[in-house]
Ligand binder design. Structure first.
Ligand SMILES: *Cc1c(COP(=O)(O)O)cnc(C)c1O
Length: 230
């Protein structure tokens, strides 16, 4: 037996298997962890190939790119998940095209999305992105602002708040990475204790997802390990 073929199908199967193994290692049920394939920078033809494997949800970090792919693949029933920084002036496209936003990080954006959703007559699932890493480059709401932010979101009923999202510090120190994931889980647990319903924790990427699963991720966002290098 040689190496498995380096195809999208083989990479996808390998990722799902590694996620299942990480679940078992953490004593968790693999059914409790979803994989969000992150298709950013890959063209519509690659997403079409992934859709043929049965994948239906895709993560994108730029609205312009999401819009182009949604248009090119309008014949397929796909769900587009925005995971990147969102400018307020793009709220209209997102309110029309995205099934979910995982990068909600400020009240001004919540208000813009809410207005546009009211105009569209639809609700949107959102995760609040929290900054758990000290890196300047990382986006997200400062952790100490989360309680008040979640309370304010209650005035925005078109936004269905489903949980929290984070990106860990980029580091070879597994304990530092893990501390970011643990911090998000603890913030979630504290918010649940104050009466918020936050079943989802989106955390972990190609390079660090086993640590995120060990700390309670319900969803890992995987680009490189499925689609290849960008
Ligand atoms: C690109 C990206 C990912 C996927 O990263 P990989 O390392 O390629 O798996 C996950 N989350 C966010 C927010 C991203 O921008």
């Amino acid at each position: 037996m040689g190496e498995p073929a380096d195809t999208l199908a083989a990479r996808w199967a390998a990722v799902r298997q590694r996620v299942d193994e990480a679940c078992r290692a953490a004593g968790r049920d693999p059914a409790g962890v979803d994989v969000l394939p992150v298709s950013k920078t890959f063209g519509p033809e690659v997403v079409r190939e992934a859709a043929a494997l049965g994948l239906t949800r895709f993560g994108e970090n730029r609205v312009q790119e999401l819009r182009e792919k949604a248009a090119a693949l309008a014949d397929l029933k796909l769900e587009w998940v925005l995971i990147g920084h969102l400018q307020t002036n793009k709220a209209r496209d997102v309110a029309r095209l995205a099934s979910e936003v995982q990068s909600l990080d400020r009240l001004e954006l919540a208000e813009a999305l809410h207005r546009r959703l009211e105009a569209e007559g639809r609700t949107l699932d959102v995760l609040v992105q929290v900054k758990t890493s000290p890196e300047e480059s990382k986006q997200g709401l400062p952790p100490d602002e989360l309680p008040a932010f979640l309370d304010r979101l209650r005035d925005h009923p078109m936004l269905r708040v489903r949980g929290l999202m984070t990106m860990a510090v980029q580091s070879d120190d597994a304990e530092a990475v893990r501390a970011c994931f643990r911090g998000l889980r603890e913030l979630r647990d504290a918010a649940v204790g104050r009466g918020h319903e936050l079943p989802r924790l989106s955390m972990g990427m190609s390079g660090d997802f086993p640590l995120a699963i060990a700390e309670g991720a319900t969803e890992v966002r995987i680009g490189t390990a499925i689609f290849g290098r960008r």
